[in-house]
Design a protein around this ligand. Structure first.
Ligand SMILES: C[S@@+](CC[C@H](N)C(=O)[O-])C[C@H]1O[C@@H](n2cnc3c(N)ncnc32)[C@H](O)[C@@H]1O
Length: 238
C-alpha cells in the first residue's frame, strides 16, 4: 500500500484558503494506486495536475512513479531527447495559496512539484503539445449558478474549489477541449466527476470529438454524492 502524502505542514490558515483533501481526493489516489503497475510500465516523463490544491495528489503520484533529481537538467535533456527515465511533475492552480501549499507538500514529501499559477493548462499548451503522459484533474464539479462559478474563478479563492456552474460542467468543459492537445501518444487522463455531471455524455463527447476512449475505473458514494474516476486514453497512438 502506498502511503498518503504527509500533509502535517499545512496549517488551519492554509486549509481555510485551499481545498482540504477529501473523499474525491482520496478516490483519485485509489485510482492511481490501482493503476500503479501500468503507470510505471508506461515510463511517464511529464505529469500535469490541473487544480493541484494542497498538492496531495501530485505528491502521491510522485510516490507511485518516483522522482527526478534536478528539474532544470531534466528539462534540458528531455528537450534534447537524451534521457528517458526522469519525471517532471507540473501542477497548476488559479489559487496562489494553493500553489504555495503544493510547493510545500512537494518538499515535505521529497517530490519535486513544479506549481504554476494559471487557469487550467492554458499558458503551457504550446510547450506541452502531445507531451503529457499523466494528466490529472479533480475539478470544481458542484452544480452552481453560472455567476457563482464565474465569480469564484475571478476571485481564485476557496470557492473556486467547488463552484462548477451549470451541471457542475463549466470548468470541466474548458479543460476537456484541451485534453487531446496535451496527451502524449500513450498519455492517460484521470478526471474526478460526480454522477450529476452526466458521465455518459462526457465520455461519448470525448470519443466523438477527440477519439479518446474512457473507462470508469472506480466509483464510490460519499454522503449524497456518487463520485467517479474516469480514465481517458487514445484509441490509437497519435
Ligand atoms: C476540488 S479541488 C481539488 C484539489 C486537489 N487536487 C485535491 O484533489 O485535493 C479543485 C482545485 O481546482 C482549482 N481550480 C479551480 N478552477 C481552476 C482553473 N480554472 N484552473 C486551475 N485550477 C483551478 C481550485 O483552486 C482547487 O484547488
Amino acid at each position: 500500500m502506498i502511503p498518503t502524502p504527509d500533509l502535517s505542514h499545512l496549517t488551519r490558515h492554509d486549509l481555510e484558503q485551499v481545498y482540504d483533501p477529501a473523499e474525491d481526493t482520496f478516490l483519485l489516489l485509489d485510482a492511481l494506486e490501482q493503476d500503479a503497475e501500468a503507470l510505471r510500465k508506461e515510463r511517464p516523463l511529464i505529469c500535469l495536475e490541473v487544480g493541484s490544491g494542497s498538492g496531495c495528489v501530485s505528491a502521491f503520484l510522485g510516490k507511485v512513479l518516483g522522482q527526478s533529481s534536478c528539474r532544470e537538467f531534466v528539462f534540458i535533456v528531455l528537450r534534447a531527447g537524451l534521457i528517458s527515465n526522469l519525471i517532471v511533475y507540473l501542477c497548476t492552480d488559479i489559487n496562489k495559496h494553493a500553489t504555495c501549499c503544493t510547493l510545500a507538500t512537494g518538499k515535505q514529501n521529497k517530490i519535486p512539484l513544479d506549481p504554476v499559477i494559471c487557469s487550467l493548462a492554458r499558458p503551457l499548451l504550446p510547450r506541452l503539445h502531445h507531451a503529457v503522459d499523466v494528466l490529472l484533474f479533480n475539478p470544481p464539479y458542484v452544480p452552481t449558478d453560472t455567476d457563482e462559478a464565474s465569480s469564484a474563478q475571478g476571485i481564485a479563492g476557496i470557492a473556486g474549489s467547488w463552484a462548477g456552474g451549470a451541471d457542475g460542467m463549466e470548468i470541466i468543459n474548458r479543460l476537456l477541449q484541451d485534453v487531446e492537445c496535451l496527451l502524449s501518444p500513450q498519455g492517460r487522463f484521470y478526471l474526478v466527476a460526480l454522477k450529476q455531471n452526466n458521465v455518459p455524455s462526457i465520455r461519448s463527447r470525448m470519443l466523438q470529438d477527440f477519439g479518446l476512449t474512457s473507462q470508469v475505473v472506480i466509483e464510490r458514494r460519499a454522503g449524497r454524492e456518487l463520485l467517479l474516476i474516469i480514465r481517458f486514453a487514445r484509441t490509437t497512438p497519435s
